[in-house]
Design a protein around this ligand. Structure first.
Ligand code: G6P
Ligand code: ZN
Length: 543
């Protein structure tokens, strides 16, 4: 096996976004594209000689090919060991767990998360650091710098490895260790949750449906929910990972998981339903007659986490991304623990988790997790919910009712305007930015603005400052609008408008969300001039 050095030149646009480098698959499959980026990761971490890395992905189109290239490059760089999931599969939380458990120098995850997969769809490459979390900006900036100066990369000339059976294979001097992608993760879940209590709940007739959306969580959910916890076969649906996710978007929200929403609203509704995304880090929670918003889910889990053995000692603190509703803030207040507000992006939770300041964290974008790994974790959220329900024996809907009665309800929705002209979207936010000082005191749709600013975050652990993280408008009485541009879109700009209002009147806790938020929604358009400036009269997606 021969190591070869291939000359290359920098490729424009290899700047990692909210979650690694995401591109259309044909772009990532282009000449030298993947190789340039992977070599730049290696450069940014001081080379891979003698190092151990984890490697795996969500099984989307090009996952298998990309994994073989990365293995040959890691071997050419002199890596000591690469721990790779069988079939090059690993869910994102399982990869994070392996990085931590095996004390590796980091890992590479192949995924474009909830975005569709296929020859014309999306692909992504992400580097996670030795704490198991997505690389912080300081590292992604170094990777980006390396992509701008790269002149060559090293790769081994070798046949593809057979990754279909667990065991060790030599690739040059590097040991490639193929592992069962599920085993270590399942063991971690069993250490956190009361599997006996959940088994009893299910044995007593509690029904559940988990939609793996043809993505990576299929094998995990089968092994844990149907295997270890005894849910009847068929409780996990769409369980076989497929390279194009069965032609759909593996995005667990009311739009892309509509069949699941229809199921829980219909006569055959199970007691509990859930879905996860392409790489297994997102979650959606549903119950008979109800879809739980991610922001509410975080609040409920924080309020009840102590029912699970892994959290029985209480939470050190909680954290949420800025646009996430402030429902969890009220729980933190009641528990007397800190609540941190971070920019969008799971990586911002890393320091808080590492420093033991936060135990649970979550985002409006269907991400919930804890200090057990350094990624959000879809199945973990499902298991914590099941553990809570096994303890309270309440239905999902009654759990929410009880929660709102105790803490009040943060009605919440997000409106997305997709593939908007980038210049127009930026100009709209720029114009708004220029008016922030004048807004307090003004009223829109009958709501008076109390505060308006652009969110900036000073990391309390390392002092790093992140600016330009979204425009916030706070109204008297607790309503809020947030405007920001997505950092994960692949076409044009995606404008996200996050809308929230707080209600604690016991008579108004179960109203339709769009009705309660009607004024806030009109105010959002009036304040920023969304229709006028983007030419869009309706959002593409409402979550
Ligand atoms: C990814 C990240 C999340 C983030 C989400 C939405 O899933 O891991 O941390 O909240 O994308 O990001 P966006 O920038 O598109 O709103
Ligand atoms: Zn994901």
């Amino acid at each position: 096996m021969q190591k070869i050095t291939v000359e290359t030149t920098p490729i424009e646009g290899q700047k990692p976004g909210t979650s690694g480098l995401r591109k259309k698959t044909p772009v990532l499959m282009g000449p030298h594209y993947l190789e340039n980026f992977v070599q730049s990761i290696f450069t940014a971490i001081g080379g891979v000689a003698g190092k151990t890395l984890v490697l795996g992905g969500d099984g989307r189109y090009f996952n298998d090919r990309a994994a073989q290239v990365i293995l040959r490059m890691a071997a050419a760089g002199g890596a000591a060991r690469i721990i790779v999931g069988q079939g090059a599969l690993l869910s994102t939380p399982a990869a994070s767990n392996l990085i931590r458990k095996r004390g590796t120098d980091g890992g590479i995850i192949l995924s474009a998360s909830h975005n569709p997969g296929g020859p014309d769809e999306d692909f992504g490459v992400k580097f996670n650091t030795p704490n198991g979390g997505p690389a912080p900006e300081e590292v992604t900036n170094r990777i980006f710098e390396a992509t701008r100066t790269i002149a060559s990369y090293d790769i081994l000339e070798a046949q593809d490895l057979d990754l279909s059976v667990p065991g060790e294979i030599k690739l040059g001097e590097t040991v490639v260790e193929v592992v069962d992608p599920v085993a270590d993760y399942a063991e971690l879940m069993e250490s956190l949750f009361d599997f006996d209590a959940i088994r009893r709940l299910i044995a007593g007739g509690f029904t559940l449906c988990f939609d793996a959306m043809h993505a990576v969580t299929g094998p995990y959910a089968k092994a844990i929910l149907e295997g270890a916890l005894g849910a009847p076969e068929g409780s996990v649906i769409n369980a076989l990972p497929s390279p194009d996710f069965g032609g759909g978007h593996p995005d667990p929200n009311p739009i892309w998981a509509k069949p699941l929403v229809d199921l829980v609203m219909g006569p055959e509704a199970p007691d509990f339903a859930a879905a996860s995304d392409g790489d297994g880090d997102r979650n959606m929670i549903l119950g008979r007659g109800i879809v739980v918003t991610p922001s509410d889910s975080l609040a409920v889990l924080a309020a009840n986490a102590a029912l699970a053995p892994g959290y029985a000692r209480g939470l050190s603190g909680v954290a949420r991304s800025m646009p996430t509703s402030r429902a969890v803030d009220r729980v933190a207040e009641a528990l007397g623990i800190d609540c941190y507000e971070t920019p969008t992006g799971w990586k911002f939770f890393g320091n808080l988790l590492d420093a033991g300041r936060a135990t649970l964290c979550g985002e409006e974008s269907a991400g919930t997790g804890s200090d057990h790994v350094r990624e959000k974790d879809g199945l973990w959220a499902v298991l914590l919910w099941l553990n809570v329900l096994a303890g309270t024996r309440l239905s999902v809907a009654d759990t929410m009712r009880a929660h709102w009665r105790a803490y009040g309800r943060n009605y919440y929705t997000r409106h997305d305007y997709e593939a908007v002209d980038k210049d127009k979207a930026e100009a709209m936010l720029e114009a708004l930015r220029g008016r922030l000082e004048d807004l307090p005191g003004q009223s829109f749709a009958g709501r008076r603005i109390e505060m308006a600013d652009e969110f900036a975050y000073d990391d309390p652990v390392d002092g790093a400052r992140s600016t330009g993280q979204g425009i916030r408008i706070h109204f008297e009485g607790g309503a809020r609008i947030v405007y920001r541009l997505s950092g994960t879109g692949t076409v044009g700009a995606t404008l996200r408008v996050y809308l929230e209002d707080f209600v604690d009147d016991p008579a108004r806790l179960e109203l339709p969300v769009e009705e309660v938020l009607a004024d806030v929604i009109s105010a959002a358009d009036e304040i920023a001039g969304i229709r006028a400036r983007t030419g869009r009269s309706e959002p593409d997606v409402r979550t």
